[in-house]
Ligand binder design. Structure first.
Ligand SMILES: CC(C)(COP(=O)(O)OP(=O)(O)OC[C@H]1O[C@@H](n2cnc3c(N)ncnc32)[C@H](O)[C@@H]1OP(=O)(O)O)[C@@H](O)C(=O)NCCC(=O)NCCS
Length: 158
């Protein structure tokens, strides 16, 4: 499958949310109402929106004549990155369940890494739930290793 990676554009929102609903079941967990995908997109568009990428089917050339039934242009992956001047972070990496193990996740991460490096970011951090063995295997395949740290968090909103 030919895949193009490009920055998110506002018209992608519904397709991205549809993908996240499949890739991240926790978005459907009503006990965690703070997980709001539309708000996540809105917030990202206010902070380093150029580091929010989507992977789409096809070569990305809108002038190319093609059969509409081939779903060219459909969103098959997402990744959000951020750089705070010290470290880079990665969030919301997701690939359409029907398009996994084709290297799309790898391309998205490599694309985000290149964008962070171009900003002078020396190291990228990310968090993976400890029971997600397949995601840990994915990141291990890209050279990521567990740091000897405990991940702490504190919710600032009431
Ligand atoms: C994690 C995810 C993004 C991987 O995307 P992908 O496009 O399937 O990954 P790739 O095809 O680039 O995989 C590259 C390598 O990672 C490893 N890998 C990927 N998925 C794996 C799995 N389910 N089990 C074991 N290893 C896996 C393999 O080594 C793979 O190479 P191979 O296919 O040649 O064996 C995708 O599974 C996903 O969207 N998961 C749900 C959302 C999620 O949990 N995101 C991470 C949040 S922290």
């Amino acid at each position: 499958m030919t895949v193009t990676i490009r920055p998110f554009s506002p018209g992608d929102a519904d397709a991205v949310i549809g993908l996240w609903m499949q890739a991240f079941p926790e978005y459907q967990d009503t006990s965690r109402p703070h997980r709001n995908p539309r708000l996540s997109i809105e917030n990202k568009l206010g902070t380093q929106p150029e580091l929010f990428f989507v992977a789409t089917r096809g070569d990305g050339d809108e002038s190319t004549e093609r059969d509409k039934s081939d779903e060219s242009g459909a969103i098959v992956g997402t990744v959000m990155a951020g750089y705070d001047g010290h470290r880079g972070w990665l969030y919301s990496l997701a690939v359409d369940p029907g398009a996994r193990r084709l290297g799309i996740g790898t391309r998205l991460v490599q694309h985000a890494e290149a964008a962070l490096l171009a900003r002078g970011c020396p190291k990228l951090n990310l968090q993976v739930l400890h029971d997600k063995a397949e995601v840990l295997a994915f990141y291990a395949s890209l050279g990521y290793r567990a740091d000897a740290v405990v991940s702490l968090g504190k919710r600032l909103e009431p």
